[in-house]
Design a protein around this ligand. Sequence first.
Ligand SMILES: Nc1ncnc2c1ncn2[C@@H]1O[C@H](COP(=O)(O)OP(=O)(O)OP(=O)(O)O)[C@@H](O)[C@H]1O
Ligand SMILES: [Mg+2]
Length: 494
Amino acid sequence: MFSLGEMPKTASTFFSAYASFAATMMLIRSMANDLVPPEIRSYIYSIFHHLFRGSLSSSSLTMVFEEISGMTRNQVFDSAEIYLRTKISPSTDRLMVSKTEKQRNFTVMFDKGEEISDIFEDQKLKWRFVYEERKDDYCREKRYFELRFNKKYKEKVLGEYLPYVMNRAEDIRNKEKMVKLYNRDCPQNFEDDYAGDNAWGCINLEHPATFETLAMDPELKKMIIDDLDRFMRRKEYYKKVGKAWKRGYLLYGPPGTGKSSLIAAMANYLNFDIYDLDLKSIYSNSDLRRTLLSTTNRSILVIEDIDCNAEVQDRQSGDGRQQDPDKKLTLSGILNTFDGLLSSTGDERIIVFTTNHRDRLDPALLRPGRMDMHINLSYCTVQGFRILASNYLDIHGEHHLLEEIEGLIQNTDITPAEVAEEMMRTDDADLALEGLVKFLKRKNTEAAKLATERENQREIECEDNVQRLKNNDNDEKQLEKKSKYEKRRWTSKK
Ligand SMILES: Nc1ncnc2c1ncn2[C@@H]1O[C@H](COP(=O)(O)OP(=O)(O)OP(=O)(O)O)[C@@H](O)[C@H]1O
Ligand SMILES: [Mg+2]
């Protein structure tokens, strides 16, 4: 046996050292199996293991990444665990497989003791996953990774390789992540960080909408996707020009035209969580500030039906009530808070406002530069209908009713939601399309009837006005007559 400092110089010393190491290990194992308790056995084994390995390859350095560092999880351990999943090779003998309720896919991990090789810029590195059972009261297990490599690459490993591992893990995490929908009405999820009074509850976003399934003008769809892609690419650009890395979208259009579906499609596309903020649950700008502070990066903050919140409507046309400015929730307050918050803490943030009535909004929101993109979700178009027909009925451009339907759709205000509902009524595509034709015709007739009624109403109102003017005229003449009569009486009395 030799100590850590005494390194064997020749091949014969090396082989004799290795032979004595192997023999000692075998001896310990065979003798100790029955006599020594397992904890002590594993302790002795690890001492010998380190002693001999250290002496045989002193040119290598081993870094250890324990699962828990102090009181918190060690980010390097977590990242290594994810990153090393991509290194599973056909030579791997044992794998651990798990899946929690919230995970979309299986987690596949190396079993304890398995060694994994990696190459980074021509340098070989070896990872080993170690799992030690403990019998003390505080911690029942200790899990860590060992990373072994040539000593001279220590700086490179710390400065380049480990950051690379962490970035790769972050990418994988984002790809695998289940998109979450946060809402202040949801019961709080205690697995997430506690965020005080403003804690958001969350559920997994099960909304299936994607850009493929969205029925909207293909050019507009492409424009939105390109805009999102550009936004995601521009981290450095935003930093350079000193702007918060965020993007704002205003979605407007009648109910059922796909505003909420578009938000879900954006979240699914970017793998961003959604924070659905109901303004009615916020009482002041300071309340809003606290709530926004508890949202995370890589998320979409959604404020639906912005026009329905009294304070957020046109501030010029208010009822004159005097309010404490800090207590009043204003649109500019929302935008300023969001911008201010992001310039200090936020990254990769999207804010989306939706409204059914763009004309009712505060001009402050519509001013250029406030929201980056205004997106009009309109009634169903022919192209939109084709996408729905393909999604819902598997019809791809060939059906005897398509021409008739497309003609009707061009002249009818029908929402994609209404079209979708008709298509879902039956599994039989022919019946569904026949139903849609009837529905479109009925809508057309109703619209025509409504137009006639409105026209009649307008005529009646016109006639009423004419009559009122005539009556006013008569009233004035009567008054004039009366005053003349009074005047005459007065002069004759005199
Ligand atoms: N453009 C669309 N493409 C595909 N499906 C759509 C579209 N618009 C609506 N739908 C269907 O109609 C349902 C309701 O649409 P959605 O909730 O997105 O409308 P909305 O514009 O947000 O309405 P509201 O103004 O009432 O909030 C969706 O779940 C979806 O099934
Ligand atoms: Mg909606």
